[in-house]
Design a binder for this molecule. Structure first.
Ligand SMILES: [Zn+2]
Length: 873
């Protein structure tokens, strides 16, 4: 294993030096995966031949390759001794010539279980082996030697040897297939267009495949035909709704063709749903990979289908923004992610039948951004990314969700037409190239006729969430005497005020004859500075609810005026507009997190609002937040009572939920989640499992069964034998994950010790089973878990230095002891876990920044929770 080599962390300066020196023409990559199904085979043969131009005679540079041994390095026909040229994960190249150079590297690359590089998965259902690659930001080097940086684009030709009965797929179509011996074949793929290393991809295994195609007539009259493929594991094929995936795909292609006015540039469009995937999806051109959690093997809610459609659209937008035009370095990761996130929501809204895309955006994506942007580690959207470790951590709520929120605000600011025109110019001008922020601002400036530098400085180069509130004086006859919007926007580092320009809508809501809270008027204004008067509303009647940021145009936390807050706490279920309701709920949740609204008041609101909340996605978030409020933000002395209040409400609402509704399913899941810490409704949980309790239309399928078992295991109400019997009945990939969580949840010191030791001290677990083990471990009481706190801090250094960054991050973030209580008569900052965190940070100031970032964030989340507990006393 080469996990320990120190030179994996490529710096921005090194990358810049390399791209100043080189222009890469092409890669020819051969991978021998013929033996992949043999679990004893740790690695596979990899040969990479690279043709590139060098600007300087006699120059030196290096290739990246994280390998299990290099056998041959040949530079311009001359063989070099690997013992001398291979330095850890770098292969040194000397004596390059001006003009064309050809380098060939042959060696062994390793199969991965961390989801980084070439991941290998054995399906417990049928014992068959599946492989796929995942590279972003820099893991192509785990599979073949290359120049691993986004601005050294090249054309790639892949050749893969694999069992003949497998499907083998890559970015470009298969060009030839030749038998190799009796059972294997060699697939030769056609050369790709010029793309970056991190979006190359290979998929191999006995995958199930569905096919379709999409065609359109281009403006010049030519016909464009895009073959479509959809893949999943064979054992999931019966659950695979490829037709629905193709339907969304075709709508997306149609939509983006019209919007971007640039034909889809990568030929075919395959989408593969793969096991143990580290993220939602990856935009490899011609072969997008997705988490197979999107293959619904049990009943899923509309919100889950909508989320899948959103991901399909997000990845498709990347074909243009990210793949065709790529950021130069990871500082500008946001360029593609913000754009794709915004486009994902927009395309679902415009091109599919789902109507709540912007509600989900307000409800989930922005909530993620607001959380991240209030951590001490927050950063401007345009981030400083000095190296690859920093890049890996920047796939965060700022880069995706804040960036997309700010783009939404930009569209409100320059107008949609100008935004589209700028995008079209950008693709036409920079196709197949690399860009920076300046290139985007330039096209936006020309299209809108506005100077973008101030907007960019205020929104993209600052950190933190502005807070918008309303300062109003009312007359005796119930009209506004004066009204202004206040902005509080302290810079998180300097504390200095950084008020942003906002385009916002102020919505007035009043009760109609039937008692619904409906919009009766709105004004759209430009907010600038700390205080912006709204003369348009002076003299107008004061509404029951004044909603700042109606329509969710800008990115800001909002605080309601006292009368509006009172209206909401009383009558939120009467607010009919789904987006307005989502904005209000998001604002109220932010108030809970800020200790402004108590967990108790929030819980009361959720219990009253949830039954009438028609949106499955919003309802899910509400119930999740309510649980967080109880388990984290409520003081320990009232936690049990609040939990029972919520649990009873959920159980009652479940009994009343419409048959077969999403609501019913969400409530059943919420009951199982609450049952992890309470035995008061065990009869319900047990009854659902045995069938003694049933509700019309509620199928207690394998997913729900595992949730119920996890709850019972967590409180010691189920035993190992029962869990094993359930696994025997559901011996699938998902079943194994469900079992692993449940088995590690048992409240037994030996069980916890074993789970801890496996997760922390061994490399036995794949990424997904590691996370399942950690999830189960964390279901437990202080009596058992507190003993592990010192071990946690003692293990950090070793975990970080011996595991891949993906695995180490899961261990460090997942096992941080984040569920804590504030003891009576103590202050949050003195809590022992915070003290230990601080001590660790102080005595490990030289630890890798990426590791420190996880600890700083976990420490801050805990401090926030303890402060809310203190505020509620
Ligand atoms: Zn993306």
């Amino acid at each position: 294993m080469n996990e320990l080599v120190p030179n994996e962390n490529l710096s921005r300066d090194e990358a810049a030096a390399r791209s100043a020196l080189l222009r890469v023409d092409s890669y020819d990559v051969e991978l021998d995966l013929g033996d992949a199904a043999n679990p004893a085979a740790a690695g596979f043969r990899s040969r990479s031949t690279i043709t590139f131009d060098c600007a300087e005679s006699g120059a030196s540079t290096f290739l990246d390759f994280i390998h299990g041994g290099v056998d041959a390095v040949v530079v311009n026909g001359k063989a070099y001794d690997p013992a001398e040229t291979v330095k850890g994960s770098r292969i040194m190249l000397h004596n390059l010539v001006t003009g064309t150079n050809v380098v060939s590297v042959e060696g062994t690359a390793l199969y991965s279980r961390s989801g980084e590089g070439l991941h290998r998965f054995t399906d417990p259902a049928d014992g068959r082996t599946y492989l796929y690659t995942q590279y972003e930001p820099a893991d192509a080097r785990r599979v073949f030697a290359n120049f691993e940086q986004p601005d050294l684009k090249a054309s790639f030709t892949f050749h893969v040897t694999a069992p003949s009965d497998w499907e083998v797929v890559s970015n470009s179509p298969e060009a030839a297939r030749t038998p190799v011996g009796a059972t294997r074949s060699r697939w030769d793929f056609s050369a790709t267009k010029r793309i970056s290393t991190y979006i190359t991809c290979v998929l191999a295994g006995p995958y199930f495949k569905a096919e379709d195609s999409w065609r359109t007539t281009l403006p010049g009259g030519d016909e464009l035909v895009v073959p479509l493929g959809a893949y999943c594991r064979a054992s999931l094929a019966e659950h695979f709704d490829a037709d629905s995936i193709f339907d969304t795909t075709k709508r997306g292609l149609e939509y983006f063709h019209q919007l971007f006015a640039y034909p889809y540039p990568f030929g075919k469009y395959d989408q593969a749903f793969v096991p143990e995937y580290n993220l939602g999806a990856m935009e490899n051109p011609g072969l997008v990979t997705f988490t197979e959690a999107y293959v619904f093997r049990t009943k899923a809610t509309e919100a889950q289908y909508e989320a899948r459609a959103n991901t399909i659209m997000h990845e498709m937008a990347h074909m243009w923004f990210g793949d065709l035009v790529t950021m130069r370095w990871w500082d500008d990761l946001w360029l593609k992610e913000s754009f794709a996130d915004y486009m994902g929501a927009l395309a679902v809204d415009e091109a599919t039948d789902w109507t709540n895309s912007w509600v989900s955006f307000a409800n989930r994506r922005k909530a993620w951004a607001y959380v991240q942007d209030q951590l001490p580690t927050t950063h401007p959207i345009v981030a400083d990314i000095p190296n690859l470790e920093a890049a890996k951590q920047n796939f965060d709520g700022i880069t995706y969700a804040k960036g997309a929120s700010v783009l939404k605000q930009l569209v409100a600011y320059v107008g949609f037409e100008a935004f589209v025109e700028a995008s079209r110019t950008y693709f036409a001008r920079h196709a197949w190239g690399n860009t920076t922020l300046a290139d985007l601002l330039e096209v936006l400036g020309s299209a809108s006729g506005r100077d973008m530098s101030e907007w960019s400085r205020m929104w993209l180069q600052t950190a933190g969430v502005p807070v918008l509130s309303v300062d109003a004086e009312r007359t005796e006859d119930g009209t506004y005497a004066s009204i202004a919007v206040l902005q509080d926007a302290p810079d998180p580092v300097s504390g200095e005020q950084m008020p942003r320009p906002h385009r916002i809508r102020l919505g007035s809501y009043d009760f109609d004859a039937d008692g619904w809270l409906v919009r009766t008027g709105s004004v759209e204004i430009d907010v600038a500075g700390r205080r912006t008067a709204v003369p348009e509303l002076a003299g107008k009647p004061v509404p029951a609810l004044l909603l700042p940021n109606d329509g969710d145009l800008t990115y800001a936390k909002i605080r309601f005026d006292p009368a509006s807050l009172a209206t909401l706490l009383e009558s939120l279920p009467r607010l009919r507009d789904p987006l307005a309701r989502a904005i209000c709920l998001s604002a109220l949740w932010n108030s809970v997190r800020d200790g402004v609204l108590s967990a108790r008041d929030y819980l009361r609101l959720v219990i009253r609002t949830a039954p009438s909340e028609p949106g499955a996605g919003v309802k899910q978030v509400l119930l999740d937040n309510a649980r967080t409020a109880v388990e984290r933000y409520a003081p320990a002395e009232i936690r049990g009572a609040l939990r029972e209040q919520l649990f009873t409400a959920v159980a009652d609402q479940l009994a009343d939920a419409p048959a077969g509704s999403d609501s019913q399913l969400i409530l059943a899941r919420a009951a199982a989640a609450l049952g992890r810490h309470s035995t008061s409704h065990n009869e319900l949980l047990r009854g659902l499992l045995s069938g003694e309790v049933s509700y019309p239309g509620l199928t207690v399928d394998s997913d729900l069964r595992w949730r119920l078992w996890q709850a019972l295991a967590g409180t010691g109400s189920a035993g190992t034998e029962e869990l094993k019997a359930e696994l025997a009945a559901d011996n699938t990939a998902a079943g194994r994950v469900g079992y692993t969580v449940a088995a590690a949840a048992l409240p037994d010191a030996d069980v916890k010790l074993a789970a801890w030791a496996t997760a922390v001290n061994t490399a036995e677990l794949s990424n997904e089973l590691l996370s399942a083990t950690i999830e189960g471990f964390n279901i437990g009481s202080h009596e058992i878990l507190d003993a592990f706190i010192p071990d946690y801090f003692a293990a950090l250094d070793t975990v970080w230095s011996t595991r891949s960054i993906e695995i180490a991050s899961r261990v460090v973030a997942g096992l941080y002891p984040s569920a804590q209580d504030l003891a009576p008569h103590t202050v949050p900052a003195d809590h022992p876990v915070l003290v230990l965190s601080q001590e660790w940070l102080e005595s490990n100031s030289a630890a890798p920044a990426a590791l420190r970032r996880i600890i700083i964030e976990a420490q801050d989340q805990l401090l926030r929770a303890l402060r809310a507990q203190a505020a509620a006393r």
